[in-house]
Design a protein around this ligand. Sequence first.
Ligand SMILES: [Fe+2]
Length: 149
Amino acid sequence: METLQWGPDLETGIAVIDAQHKRLVQLVNQMYEARQKHDMNTVGAVIPEMVDYSVSHFNFEEELMQDAGYGLLKVHKWLHEQFVNKLPDFQARYQAGEDITEELYIMLSRWLTHHICREDRGYVQSIKAYLAQNGEVSAPGGSTASGSA
Ligand SMILES: [Fe+2]
């Protein structure tokens, strides 16, 4: 199986969001590559990091959608919740000694690709317009979004 490839199809054109999506793709691939090398210590470290990062990224996106007055915020939040709700089960099974890495990788890579390519596209216009009017937005990790993005 191939790792996830970052490409133009995954870009929203909003720099701060793209940087966070790239980080998510990186973490998913890191987990999968560690599993292929039987480096279970890295797998064990990457899973919670990925979970935490997903949650903080979703919160960031949701705040930005709210500030931008994006009409489909409620639905988008629900989609994020559906995804986050799947994670504790994977974590519990992993902690119980089950090798869920491949299943988790497939779920994450499919969900992320679909979500970024389809559902995240929905807010791009609203958020771009909001950033153009309001300028920079600070993000977790210190990166910023520029209104000209
Ligand atoms: Fe999203």
